[in-house]
Design a protein around this ligand. Structure first.
Ligand code: NAD
Length: 383
């Protein structure tokens, strides 16, 4: 195979941008698109001069592609991906891989069984600041984790929530900010600090007229007894996000695209017990890490990597099974918030399925919908 033939499923907003990216990749070819909305499918098909389908199964069975990019609303990611794996196609799924951990399990299982390439669109992993932070943590320079903080503010208007029938409903999306905007940062946070073993969260709709949450605050407990805090919302116009990981030997702070690393002269655990002086303080060196900004980042890098993994077996930037971590984290927050109790991870699959069924039953059709399919301008200008 010289070129990977790609079909994009769900070509409204993000999927449309992925079509444009595929067109820019030398060893990939956009061969077909699919959307349940026939007008959207036809428009994209005509624009790119490719065959279009309204049923994703027809696209998958068409023989026109070796791989699919799934960019439908989240609930459909597992169903479509599993069908693609069963029909021998490689899959790149949009984030989050699934709404529920039980569905993510099935998706990962189907990928393993098929032996096909499975990746996820967590494009923030391509940003130099995170690559460097992960390198520092993996090198052991931070030592055993003592504390982890993630503050991830976003801003969305009511018009954004009113822009699609599926948005911000239990039936359409299965959650609010934590399932839509937050998975990228949760993915990075769990890459750096690991998954907590227990989460106690509060969730609420504070500012927007929506049935799902627009604000989440959580207390985290890690396996080794370390504590952590997590916050996200779509109510705060000023960022950037803040990630802070303190270990026994060092501390790392990421604010937006700035990374600072503090290296302690001695491990905290040792110094605290052995320092003879009553007012001794632990010395540290502060290093502002130089971040190369002239490297290619974003969605296109993930698609190129997916294509090269298929063609040449290149190591994936995001392995499909790693998509489970953010779903575990966000399911635990929703479950804890709704049941007002701490939740142990891995999340109890049956309990979460039952909760989601209840929430879906309580879901009310939206009163105001002014459909707008516009790719986030911050993303669009990068393509
Ligand atoms: N990685 C990123 O930066 C990023 C950014 C935005 C959105 N996303 C993800 O992309 C996904 C889509 O979001 P969006 O903003 O593009 O939504 P959107 O509503 O603009 O587009 C979704 C499209 O999927 C179509 N669709 C729905 N069900 C379908 C099905 N069963 N088969 C085929 N098509 C179907 C809809 O008609 C619509 O055109 C979400 O999961 C979202 O989390 C990721």
């Amino acid at each position: 195979m010289e070129k990977v033939r790609i079909g994009v499923i769900g070509v409204g907003g993000m999927g449309y941008a992925h079509c444009k990216s595929v067109k820019l990749i030398e060893n990939a070819e956009l061969t077909c698109v699919s959307d349940v909305d026939e007008n959207v499918a036809k428009e994209r098909g005509e624009e790119f001069g490719v065959k279009y389908f309204t049923d994703y199964k027809d696209l998958i069975k068409s023989g026109l592609c070796d791989a699919v990019i799934v960019a439908t609303p989240h609930w459909f990611h597992p169903e479509i991906s599993i069908f693609a794996f069963e029909n021998g196609l490689h899959v790149l799924s949009e984030k989050p891989i699934a709404v529920k951990v039980s569905d993510a399990d099935k998706m990962i299982e189907a990928a393993k069984k098929s032996g096909k390439v499975f990746s996820i669109m967590f494009q923030r992993r391509t940003e130099p600041v995170f690559k460097k932070a992960i390198e520092i943590v993996k090198s052991g320079k931070i030592g055993e984790i003592q504390k982890a903080v993630c503050i991830d503010p976003w801003y969305r208007t009511q018009a954004y929530y009113d822009s699609g029938i599926w948005r911000a409903t239990w039936v359409g999306e299965g959650g609010g900010v934590i399932i839509n905007q937050a998975p990228h940062t949760i993915d990075l946070f769990t890459q750096l600090a690991g998954l907590p073993k227990k989460i106690e969260a509060k969730t609420r709709a504070k500012l927007h007229d929506i049935e799902v949450e627009d604000e989440v605050s959580a207390f985290l407990e890690y396996e080794n007894g370390a504590w952590g805090w997590y916050y996200t919302s779509t109510c705060e116009p000023v960022g950037p996000f803040h990630l802070e990981i303190t270990g026994d030997k060092g501390k790392l702070i990421i604010r937006g695209s700035t990374l600072t690393f503090y290296s302690f002269e001695y491990p905290i655990s040792e110094f605290t017990k052995k320092a003879p002086d009553m007012w001794a303080s632990l010395k540290y060196t502060e290093e502002k890490i130089e971040i190369t900004s002239n490297v290619e980042t974003g969605h296109i890098v993930i698609i190129k990597n997916f294509v090269r993994a298929i063609l040449y077996g290149e190591e994936l930037i995001v392995k499909g099974e790693e998509g489970l971590n953010s779903v575990e984290f966000l399911n635990a927050c929703i479950l804890s918030g709704k049941k007002e109790k701490p939740v142990e991870l891995p999340v109890n699959r049956k309990e979460y399925d039952e909760l989601m069924e209840e929430l879906k039953k309580s879901s009310k059709p939206k009163k105001v919908v002014r459909v707008q399919r516009i790719t986030d301008p911050n993303i669009a200008k990068k393509i």
